[in-house]
Each structure stands twice: as structure tokens, then as C-alpha cells.
Design a protein around this ligand. Sequence first.
Ligand code: PRT
Ligand code: ZN
Length: 210
Amino acid sequence: MKTLKIAIQKSGRLNEKSVEILKNCGLSFENYKSSLIATVANFPLEILFLRDDDIPEYVQDGIADLGIVGENVIIEAGADVSYLQKLGFGKCTLKIAVQSTSTITELSQLNGKAIATSYPVILQKYLSENNVDAQIRNISGSVEIGPGLGLSDAIFDIVSTGGTLKSNGLKPFKNVMDSEAVLIASKGMELNPEVLELLQRIQSVLRAKA
Ligand code: PRT
Ligand code: ZN
């Protein structure tokens, strides 16, 4: 029997809940902060701990058979993977936000403006679909400080409580995409018996919670 590999986030917002859902499936493994790989004692599975950004590609390329990652990260990476199950955590919305004093009310007012983001692919798709021609400034983090510094007229970022927007003098303008953590598989692996067994266990954990 082939040992499956599942990639989960090493540290960050999805790590704890990803470990928890696997433990609740009855999987027994050591979760040392320092290890990059853990072997499950009672199921043919290894757990790879990775940066979330690397997970879609690892799964697409079959280096990992399964992964747990935010939908936003999969879409941004353009990864070709199978979606098996939404997991109900890591929920957030990707939004365009503007300065709280801004008088922008229409999307068309973003024409010719600069928008700072770490998600250029998702933003470009949305702007193209809405015939908006704006300049995308690709920044790897802290995009919220852009408008205050005059670096951009708007930002496009993940929002959950909205507290970060508010404390940086920004307000939400348009909701572009809802996201949550999902279980994904390499194309074809969704038919593997052990994958199906694990999926069934995850689904019953989710049902018990509902
Ligand atoms: O190190 P690694 O690359 O693995 O992690 P990361 O730093 O890239 O990601 P991480 O751990 O921050 O987030 C992982 C995933 O969690 C994201 O890809 C989303 O799918 C999901 N998620 C859910 C969030 C948030 N909620 C969230 N609030 N990701 C980021 N945020 C940021 C947001 O951008 C803002 O700057 O948290 C800040 C606080 O948000 P507010 O609105 O609550 O103030
Ligand atoms: Zn990341």
C-alpha cells in the first residue's frame, strides 16, 4: 500500500486547525514544531509541513497527494488540483479597500489608479471582468500601509474582522472573493481508496461539529 502525503501549513493561521482536524480523524502523529515531516502511526500517511504558498504546486505536481490550504492561495497559484472538501475554517474575504475619506463609489473610478496587493492574479481577473484598467502594484506584505504613504490609491487584500483596514484608515469598497481552507488532491488521487477513507473521516468530523 502506498503511503500518502498530505501538505499542511507549517505555521500561521491554518496550522492549528489543520492539525486539529487530522487528529480528530483519529490519526496519531507527533506534532513537533521543528519537524518538517511527520509519520502517522495508524494510517498510511505522512504529513508535510510547508509554507502555504507552496502547497498548491506540491499537490498539482503530485509531490504531495493531498493538501489543506486557503482557496485564495490555490486560485492565485493557478494550480490544477481537485477540490475535495471545504473545511469551515480560515474564512475570509478578499476585498478592494480605499481610504476612509475616499469619495470613490463606482468601480470605474479605479481606472488609471494604482492598487497594491499580494494577490495580483485574482485582482487582475476581477478588474478585467469588470473592464477596469488600473495599475497593480505587487507587494508581498503590509499592503494596508500603501494608501497612507501615497504608494497606491487602493489596496486589495484579505479581510476577516476588518480591524486592520480600520486601524490603517481604510474602508472596504468591493468584495471580490470569499475563501476558506479546503482539502485538495492531485488530479486522479480523489479515487484512491485511502484518500476516500480519509475524506469520509474528515466529513464525519465536520458533520459532528455542525
Ligand atoms: O508562512 P506562510 O506563507 O505559510 O503563511 P502566510 O503568512 O502567507 O499566511 P497566513 O498564515 O497569514 O494565512 C493563511 C491563510 O489564512 C490565508 O491564505 C487565508 O486563506 C486565511 N486567512 C483567514 C487570512 C485571514 N483570515 C486574515 N485575516 N489570511 C490573512 N489575514 C490577514 C489580513 O490580510 C490582515 O492583514 O490578517 C490581517 C488581519 O485581518 P483583520 O481583517 O482581522 O484585521
Ligand atoms: Zn504564505
